[in-house]
Design a protein around this ligand. Sequence first.
Ligand SMILES: [Zn+2]
Ligand SMILES: [Zn+2]
Length: 175
Amino acid sequence: MANPLRVQAAELLRRPGSEKHLDLEVTVDDVGIDDDRFRPTDPVRVHLRLEALTDGIVVNGEVVAPWHGTCRRCAAAAGGVLHSEVHELYQDVVTDPDAFPLEGDQLDLEPMVREVLVLDAPMSPLCRDDCAGLCPQCGTDLNSGSCSCDAPPSDPRWGALDQLRATLDEGDPTD
Ligand SMILES: [Zn+2]
Ligand SMILES: [Zn+2]
């Protein structure tokens, strides 16, 4: 079977300004991703608009795939669907350091799709934005209830610090 990620672009390259739309579904395995955050048989959906220049092709759109991980606070399963935006350039003679090479009159989308997904998948995810995490003393999952560990002694002099800590927690990035 022909590789759907190898796109014939001879027509496009003959007519600068012309466009081609691509909607493909392949698997994580087809894209050659070997990463714990993706499962080999999961679908990867590719929605792209190819636009011909005189010396290359601009590729815009998105790549959509499920990701999987472990919550950094409570160690429960985390996951979701990643929508990675694509703004890439393929060049015949590569002069842009970020461009991908055209192979003759073909675009190989595989390295590009692999790169955007691996770069965009969360490195230290949360199971949900307000995950309460585990008690540092007894390990109870504070999402499912409180534990009987003593609350740390409260001292009014620490009030300002507690407030600062709460502010920092709110600003915690979620991915
Ligand atoms: Zn969690
Ligand atoms: Zn506890």
